[in-house]
Write a protein that binds this ligand. Structure first.
Ligand SMILES: O=C(O)C(=O)C[C@]1(C(=O)O)C=C[C@@H](O)C=C1
Length: 357
């Protein structure tokens, strides 16, 4: 078949797609009206997961699950904006991995608020300037993001969903020859995580490594100087128009960051595959066995703990700790309810949400 024939057929299919999408939006609009009249929540991650799981099962074409997710997250985002436009804040700057995570879930059409600190993201959701906020919580190579964990305890926000992002770094420069590069900008963590690439490709060339605040700042600087390069995300290289010379230059392809989507007073319905996050301020943690007994309560009920992170009780002279605890299951599960009831105000529920990681 000739190119023109193929393109004509693609045009036909695009017409059909457009009609079907518009038809879908008519239905979504009606859902939106129903929700508004009953004051229900617009964003329903568990319904979105149900749709994606169903489509994956039905799928017998070339699309991978990842591709289906990417296309449909964009459709859901457009749907939600039609139902009720909701602003999303994220930890910037633009081009950061958090930006990438937020866009992956809320699509290119949403209205975004780019904020400079994790604290300001929490605050924007608290004050209602944004409906949702996206912050990193942990990287599987570097560990927990302490600021996020501490604000989860301090502030009164709910966890709506988690996002898992595979972290890829790119090497971007306006110069197409490594010989001409005099300096590389990046974040200190990124230099560390791309150590093998740096020593194999760049060692002994007298190139200066300059740490800056963010990888997107690195991309911006590399966009202004022809003899510089940046180790940054592909989204920030694109944002600042810096050509990518090498992709996926990180040492480990296991490098993943987990992000949380936060909102005020949000509760998900059970999806059947959920994770729950709580804060435990256990009573008198200096008595022997307090933590052991608490953990045993989970074990006794067959609840799978996925994380326990210990943080200091600030403002006290004693060395006391509180814990961020995550486990598989939903707050509406009987065994989970039992534990929540048993410890009462010593536990603070932050959210039960569709499990990704
Ligand atoms: O089913 C709903 O509750 C909808 O609002 C529709 C829809 C969709 O586009 O399918 C949109 C937003 C929700 O997050 C989930 C699904």
């Amino acid at each position: 078949m000739e190119l023109q024939d193929l393109r004509n057929r693609i045009d036909d299919l695009d017409d059909q797609l457009l009609n079907v999408l518009n038809e879908r939006m008519e239905l979504v609009k009606k859902v939106g009206e129903l929700k508004r009249s009953s004051q229900s929540i617009i964003y329903r991650p568990e319904r979105e997961k149900q749709i994606l799981d169903r489509l994956e099962k039905r799928n017998n074409g070339l699309l991978t699950r990842q591709a289906i997710d990417a296309i449909f997250f964009e459709i859901f985002a457009v749907s939600r904006n039609l139902e009720l436009p909701e602003r999303v804040s994220y930890l910037g700057p633009e081009g950061s991995f958090t930006h990438q995570a937020a866009e992956g879930r809320f699509g290119g059409m949403s209205e975004y608020l780019v904020l400079p600190t994790i604290h300001s993201v929490f605050e924007s959701v608290e004050t209602g300037r944004a409906k949702f906020g996206v912050v990193p919580i942990e990287n599987n190579q570097e560990g927990i993001v302490i600021e996020t964990v501490d604000f989860l305890r301090e502030k009164n926000l709910s966890i709506v969903a988690e996002i898992l992002l595979q972290v890829h770094f790119t090497f971007a420069s306006q110069s197409d020859s490594l010989k001409d590069i005099k300096r590389i900008y990046s974040k200190d963590i990124a230099f560390r995580q791309c150590g093998k690439f740096i020593s194999e490709y760049l060692e002994g060339m007298g190139i200066e490594l300059i740490p800056v605040d963010s990888t997107s700042k690195a991309a911006k600087l590399a966009g202004q100087e022809v003899d510089s390069a940046a180790i940054c995300s592909s989204i920030s290289a694109r944002l600042f128009g810096v050509p990518i010379l090498f992709d996926n230059i990180e040492d480990s392809d296991q490098n993943r960051t987990r992000f949380l989507i936060l909102a005020k007073d949000f509760a998900n319905i059970k999806s059947g595959d959920d994770k729950t996050t709580i804060i435990a301020n256990l009573p008198n943690t200096n008595r022997p066995g307090v933590l052991y007994e608490f953990l045993k309560d989970f074990n006794d009920r067959g609840i799978n703990l996925t994380k326990i992170e210990s943080r200091p009780m600030r403002g006290e002279a004693a060395f006391r700790a509180w814990f961020l605890v995550e486990f598989l299951g939903h707050i509406d599960d009987e065994p989970v309810k039992e534990i929540m009831h048993k410890y009462g105000t010593h536990l603070k529920w932050l959210g039960s949400y569709v499990r990704i990681s």
